[in-house]
Design a protein. Structure first.
Length: 206
């Protein structure tokens, strides 16, 4: 396997200043920085607004006995300018609290958002959501569940959550990815990973 040998690392940039811009439900800062260029020189001082957000954890619940996945439907304000419905089909997800492990977040959110008890968990990957403008990183997992009698509406009223739970055959969920009805990165990555690794996952869990 060929691996890209990167020219620069953490020692090759300077974060000069972090300037607060907004501190509300979310936080916005202006980063002032400079970095090495590929020709060896240093860049000029650059300023960029950055959406500062902690890590999050997302988990795809999968029932290997039934061949089904559990997905959630909820309103997302960031999708209101799109032409399709702003009620998105997503994974179980939550923001990591300080000193909380991603696995703990996944188990807590599964109960709060779907009434689900997660069994064995497999780490899929970690990825930066949109590093050109936000610090957010997602920890992505697949978890074994029993999907029988799963469904209903969940969420914490004090957090204005209104979440509908769906159980779908994996093939039907992938058809929604292909049609564009599932259009958020975490769900797409996790479902595609499960399709590629389904046999291995089922062998391990059975």
């Amino acid at each position: 396997m060929s691996v890209i040998k990167q020219q620069y690392g953490r020692q090759d940039f300077e974060l000069i200043e972090r300037e607060p811009c907004f501190d509300g439900f979310f936080k916005l800062e202006r980063f002032h920085f400079k970095h090495k260029c590929f020709d060896g020189r240093w860049s000029r001082r650059v300023s960029r607004e950055v959406f500062v957000r902690g890590d999050a954890t997302c988990v795809l619940p999968y029932d290997p006995e039934e061949g089904t996945v559990v997905l959630l439907e909820q309103f997302r304000v960031g999708a209101v300018l799109e032409h399709q419905s702003p009620w998105l089909i997503e994974l179980v997800a939550g923001i990591n609290d300080k000193d909380e492990l991603p696995e703990q977040v996944a188990r807590r959110e599964a109960v709060e958002e779907a009434g689900l008890e997660l069994q064995e968990m497999i780490r899929i990957c970690e990825y930066l959501v949109s590093p050109g403008g936000t610090t957010e990183k997602v920890h992505l997992y697949c978890a074994r569940v029993n999907s029988q009698n799963v469904g209903g509406v969940y969420g914490l009223p004090e957090e204005d959550e209104d979440i509908k739970v769906h159980v779908l055959a994996l093939e039907d969920a992938m058809a929604m990815v292909e049609s564009g009805h599932i259009n958020n990165a975490a769900a797409i990555i996790a479902l595609q990973w499960l399709v590629l690794n389904r046999n291995r996952v089922e062998q391990v869990w059975r």
